[in-house]
Design a protein around this ligand. Sequence first.
Ligand code: C2E
Ligand code: MG
Ligand code: MG
Length: 730
Amino acid sequence: MAVKNLLKGWSAARAPDGPKAAPAADDAARRLALFEDIERASTGWFWATDREGHLSYISPGAAQRFGIDVAALLGKPVAALFETDPDDQAERSGRPLQFILGAHARLADVTVRLIPALAGEGAPPAWWALSGQARLDAAGAFSGYRGSARDITTEYERQTQDSRAAEYDSLTGLANRHRIVRRLDQVLAAYRQTGQPCALVLLDLDRFKAVNDTLGHQAGDELLRQVGARLTKVVGKRGEIGRLGGDEFQIVLPGIDDRGKLGELADRIIGALSLPYELAGDRAVIGASLGMAIAPFDGGDRDDLTRAADLALYAAKHGGRGVFRFYSADLRDEKDERRQLEDDVRAAVASLFEGGDCPQLDLRYQPVVRLSDHRVMGFEALLRWERPDCGEISPEMFVPVAEDIGLIGLLGGWVLRRACADAAAWPLDVRVAVNVSAVQFADPAFPAEVADVLESTGLAPERLELELTEAVFMGDSHSTDAAFKALKALGVRLTLDDFGTGFSSLSYLRSAPFDKLKVDRSFVETCTLQDQNSARIIAAIIGLADALGMETTVEGVEAFDQRDVVCARGAKQIQGFLYSAPLGQQAILDRIGAQTEPGAPLLIEPSGPDRHRPERRSVYRRVGLIHQDHRYNVLMRNLSATGALLEGIIGVPEGTGVVLDLGGGQLAVCTVSRSQDAEIAVEFETALVSDGARGLVTRHRASPAALAAAARIPRVSTPQFLEVETRKPR
Ligand code: C2E
Ligand code: MG
Ligand code: MG
């Protein structure tokens, strides 16, 4: 019936009354039958609206396809019933349906769907290609739409899948390289006009390869999926995440230049990705390194910005991993320095095996002393490197390099053999502790190497302590457990070093057979502070170890007040400068030889300052001090997050507002809090934030364009203060 009405109007519109009225009636009947066939076969549907754009007809089959009653649709504005594909619109800037209908324009295969809230419950998604034309009445006024529709759901879904595959990473569901790169281009282009910032983060997983190699690709894929999910959770709506391939990710964060906030976000990302992963029955732990660069400060276009973020990532990976770094201009030099360092480490390790007279690397032994009677219980072997033309370099700096260039096995093996041989030569029954890198520990051949060294040096296994850090739990749990078992079977002792600085997960303590915990030096450094937080943590760690039947050593005790605090908090063994710095093998033999009673235990009396003085971070850097429109050159002597000490300017009254130019667009607004002779102390209005590598940076920076504009402003007034020659750095 309804179709008849529809066709009545339709044929009337096409075949106006005229002499051929009778054949037209036959024609109309034939058409009616044809239309009804089409509707029944569901190959096409028809629809019409009145002059207000309200739906006046829709094929019943179409309504059924939506799981909805025809009556529920009739009389409603078409624009309120259907919508175009929102993604499609955003991508191809197609016009919304409402717009087309409002303009009475022709609809030619417009992809629409019933507004999801209207579709019947459980109705499958249905997409239509909607066509139609506006009808005009005799007076030329719009009298409604009339048109047809086709179900294109299958076609549409296949197309969307294809375009998803072209844009998204099938493994993690994150944007793929193609999409994220385009997104960065889009954001940078849009923001260039308005001068808004945009941060780019490059992220690389640490030790992903180890998990992939040991647990297999399926576990590796699952791990990447979980990484993607964790990243999405932390980053949220702040930006878009893409996977560039392998274990590399990129995050585009439009509108952010606050390095404080970025640093916090980076810390949260590192924290989230470093939590253990459950992979089909296996447990794995990995880490993440992040490099960050911000447009327009570090680069204006995609290439420059990506290069900057890449350099920062490189620095993060080589700065100990599990950290973030911001780009800064000196990273370019750092890359060259790093290459030089790698070459020098290679030469140093080679010097151990070349049989020359003076290898560049050597071992020192630092005594571990029992507090109650000052008796030496053991020595920790510590590597020393005399780098040609540079002096002594910290093992904290070169051990990670040796790990990266694949030489740690060789170097660590040498340390183990040498320390065991030296200890076997001590005429005392004390232990020797050897630091073992996580990379060295992960080598399945390591336990056999330990067995071999014990046998060839003749050292009793219970005299050897292997110091491991929580990094050994990185990677998969099976091989870690197997290594623990094999080492325990040899009878050596296992120590967990630097406890309290990493994950400090209690589950490790339960599952791994440690004999001792070493309380990290950082707690001792702050244990005499008023708030007593570090002192309490030391007490808690010692209590925990006691409860688990483990020994403890407290590291880094330098002064008597620290000794008193840790002693009151339950420490029984101490290692620190208060008792002794690390000693050479000859010095140890001499000390033992000087004992009045041969074979008697070795005792060391403490000696050192009464009180611990916290180290101030000294810097010697030329910086600019801006007051009104003058820039003075001053020497920065020290810097903290809240202020700085400057030298080289006379006559600045306390309370003066100045701007400190720390370079690279870093301008810190500050107030002079103290002024004496040529030295002034300033306090920052906004505290500086960490650069991820023990340095400090301003949260925001002035853009290169603003700096260039400022440089063009002519100086008008005469300087108010006197710039003076500074003394040579102390
Ligand atoms: P660690 O194992 O925690 O070693 C203790 C570090 O604290 C040593 O630094 C030691 O010299 C220092 N120390 C001891 N007492 C005090 C003190 O009272 N005050 C201060 N400020 N420091 C104190 P060192 O020798 O520079 O070694 C640093 C780190 O390098 C070691 O930390 C260890 O993780 C690593 N390392 C050293 N030798 C080796 C090695 O042969 N193999 C491996 N894999 N790592 C090593
Ligand atoms: Mg150690
Ligand atoms: Mg330690």
